[in-house]
Ligand binder design. Structure first.
Ligand code: BGP
Length: 479
């Protein structure tokens, strides 16, 4: 089994989940610094004042800010061809609306990018990965407001100009379609509906806000594509979606239709806008039925048309089933993305149902729909890892998970999909986005940091480290 010769093997991370140094060198406060995205699902409250000394995962994370050299060296040892990471917006614009960027923030990414290039690792940069400046949330409730577009573009201009000639691949928003669900409101868009209360549990979801926010993000993304091409014609700008593959629970036509409708909103709406340059027809009925009214400016449609992305990327972790039966919808306990469990699949310790064939299925659908180069920029198994007495970490479960997904990616390539690369998630252990924990680990590299704040941040190679290294060396031949 061989992959295309120039296939990008690598790994992926996000700034707030690994950098730490949350208030160093002029960095401002980002939404996840006061509440990890996942806390929106739990009973954790966010407090307006951030108290020093409280261990909060993203404040220290895995201290990559100070240890990036060691980490990139380990990635290089595995043979990475690509490293997907995000820039922390608040390192560059601490409140989000300053006129001039923070030089020290830019310098950190100078060093990080240079370190990658030193080992011939191609950076792929997520511009906004679940990390809106909290200043913009306070000022105008973030993406609900159109003012965000200018703030975002100012940020894009600063980094597109600075890293010109060094970076080729950019992603405008991480998992943009998360905002089609209530979870994405704060996580992706920095939207709080009750800013005064600062409480998530009682936050009433307002779909109007999320979808208006998405419209602003679409316009911002389209303008960013244009700007990137103006600044450097070699820049390639992509979209990034959660691919929440879903199947009808039964072959009852009502289930099949229900699944199609769910999937249109969850999986296709955002990428249809970003890849095809216009709102799809099916969304108008959904808006009507949910009392959503999108406020657009006169030339927004033109902007969307002219700002189609150059390539498509997605995360893929699991699949689910959809049923039209409201009783089953309530009784069934699906994974994070909703739906009901698939009786044919097993789940991870966090209830995410493992479905490698679903990846092949979705890659075919994506390619048929857009005919754009595709990257799988997140995939992996969050698991509890144990250090054995001899110091090793025998993570065969992770190897099996990755292996089975890689096999299916290969099948998809044989099916004719133009798959360009694979950057599994959390190539080094980091803070979980949905739970805010360290104990949910994805990495090839173990980090000694624990949820009670203990641990010295030391790095240790897991069994999967050696496995992945061999896989890359043989370009997928040696699975
Ligand atoms: C994606 C996010 C990542 C990441 C991953 C794993 O949704 O883009 O930021 O964390 O999921 O999720 P978790 O950390 O919740 O296990």
């Amino acid at each position: 089994m061989a992959f295309p010769k120039d296939f990008y093997w690598g790994g992926a991370t996000a700034a707030n989940q690994l950098e730490g140094a949350w208030n160093e060198d002029g960095k401002g406060i980002a939404c996840p610094d006061i509440c990890t995205g996942g806390s929106a699902n739990t009973s954790k409250r966010i407090t307006p004042e951030i108290k020093e000394g409280i261990f909060y995962p993203s404040h220290q994370a895995i201290d990559h800010y100070h240890r990036y050299k060691e980490d990139i060296k380990l990635f290089a040892e595995m043979g990475f061809k690509m490293y997907r990471f995000s820039i922390s917006w608040t390192r560059i614009f601490p409140n989000g609306d300053e006129k001039e960027p923070n030089e020290k923030g830019l310098q950190f990414y100078d060093r990080l990018i240079d370190e990658c290039l030193k080992y011939n690792i191609e950076p792929m940069i997520t511009i906004s990965h679940y990390e809106v400046p909290f200043g913009l949330t306070k000022k105008f409730n973030a993406w609900v407001s159109r003012e965000m577009i200018d703030c975002y573009l100012n940020y894009c201009r600063a980094i597109f100009t600075r890293y010109k000639g060094k970076v080729k691949y950019w992603l405008t928003f991480n998992e943009i379609n998360s905002a089609t669900t209530p979870v994405g409101g704060f996580l992706n868009q920095g939207i709080l509906n009750e800013i005064k209360e600062m409480e998530f549990m009682n936050q009433v979801d307002i779909p109007q806000n999320r979808f208006q926010g998405l419209h602003h993000q679409f316009v911002a993304s389209a303008l960013a594509v244009k700007l990137a091409h103006e600044i450097d014609e070699n820049y390639q700008v992509g979209c990034m979606n959660i691919m929440a593959t879903s199947y009808p629970l039964t072959c009852k036509p009502a289930d099949v239709l229900y699944n199609q409708k769910q999937s249109q909103i969850m999986n296709w709406f955002c990428s249809d806008v970003q890849c095809r340059g216009k709102y799809p027809n099916y969304i108008h009925r959904y808006f009507k039925e949910n009392n959503i009214e999108i406020h657009m400016k006169d030339n927004d449609e033109q902007i969307l048309k002219e700002g189609c992305v150059d390539f498509y990327t997605c995360s893929y972790y699991m699949s689910n089933c959809q049923t039209s039966d409201p009783e089953k919808q309530i009784l069934g306990k699906g994974n994070l993305l909703g739906g009901v469990p698939n009786p044919y699949l097993k789940a991870s310790d966090w209830g995410w149902q493992i479905d490698p064939e679903g990846l092949r299925f979705s890659l075919n659908e994506i390619w048929d729909r857009y005919q754009l180069p595709v990257f799988v920029v997140e995939n992996g198994l969050g698991a509890y890892d144990k250090i054995e007495e001899d110091g090793s970490i025998q993570d065969d479960y992770r190897i099996n998970y990755l292996k089975s997904h890689i096999e299916q990616m290969h099948e998809a390539i044989l099916d004719g999909v133009n798959l360009k690369g694979y950057t599994p998630w959390g190539c080094i252990d980091l803070v979980s986005a949905s739970t805010g924990e360290m104990r949910k680990r994805y990495g090839f590299i173990y980090v000694e940091k624990y949820d009670d704040g203990s641990g010295d941040f030391s790095r240790r190679k897991k069994k999967s480290f050696y496995w992945y290294k061999k896989l890359i060396e043989t370009n997928g031949e040696d699975l």
